[in-house]
Design a protein around this ligand. Sequence first.
Ligand code: ATP
Length: 364
Amino acid sequence: MISLRGLTKEFPGGVRALDSLDLEIADGEFFALLGPSGCGKTTLLRTIAGLETPTSGSVGIGGADVTGLPPGRRDVAMVFQDYALFPHMDVTANIAYPLRIRKVPRTRREAKAAETASRLSLSELLTRRPGQLSGGQQQRVALARAIACHPKAFLFDEPLSNLDARLRLEARTFLKRLQRELAVTTVFVTHDQGEALALADRIAVMSAGRIMQLGTPSEVFQRPATTFVASFIGSTPMNLLPGAAEGGALRVAGAVLPLPDGVPEGPVVYGLRPEYADLSPTPPDDTSGGPSGGPAGGTAAFSGKVAVVENLGTAHLVTLECGEHLVQAVVPEGAEPEPGSAAWVVPRPGRALVYRDDELVSRA
Ligand code: ATP
């Protein structure tokens, strides 16, 4: 278990990289720290590892307060973005290095290195040096080195970001399987929301040294607490449109939509994922009781003109000009409209999110 209390880190020059942060990571959990560049993810990981000293607050690992302990006595293994392998050592020596530091006898540490290498399919490469390995192989050597000393926790700083897109996907699945097998508490830093959603049991979305939302991947994806989290999570950005709750309806970008419970009159931001937006070449049928589709005489869809159609492989991303707003929808293969044609964006019921003062107040 990793327990952080009131953790603040200020760098010279007044940068507050961590701001009174509280966090509990459970034993065996795969935990992702997600956020844009500069939000404090790496600083948080380095503070857990003991490579940074917090300005105030405490770090607990496995029930003990380790705030004053140097990195070597925290029993955690860190895997860096550039793997930090020793170029002059072969694979065996790299994997066995932490055991050598701990004065494990040579034969035992080489046996342990060989066993760990075999688990990571590196047995054929034991006598090679890092410069003779591919990026993916180097990444596995770095993982093997972390695993060989049975740490209490793994701390990963963007360990997949130097791999090409395809290898990255393979390495992701491999890492997830390995973590399940070893059941070692893992903290994983990434700025890639897809990676965090795919790997983690829980995600902390960070901004400016604070945690904006903490939850399971599906909680963070389905119910982003703020428009910042909403815009950050999802492979295509969420449509976030200004609107108002007025006269018993939601009025957004020319559409008049049913007013969900819990939304008082006043300005709102209406969030709709492109994946939850259906396209229709004609105005939708009246489903909500209003004379032409909407609750108060308007149409319960966004009327627009198709501006751009992008091929995503098995789907298309369609961008429409709806008055002064751009609205995006993901449509299945074969259902893509012609650029320049008229279309209506129909929100799937219960899938849109309504924000008031940047707080989620309801689903529509
Ligand atoms: P990235 O995804 O780009 O690695 P990050 O979320 O990991 O970003 P950090 O590296 O933790 O962000 O940096 C957080 C803030 O602290 C940034 O504003 C950064 O410029 C600042 N910072 C980090 N290290 C130092 C340092 N040694 N001295 C001064 N400022 C620093």
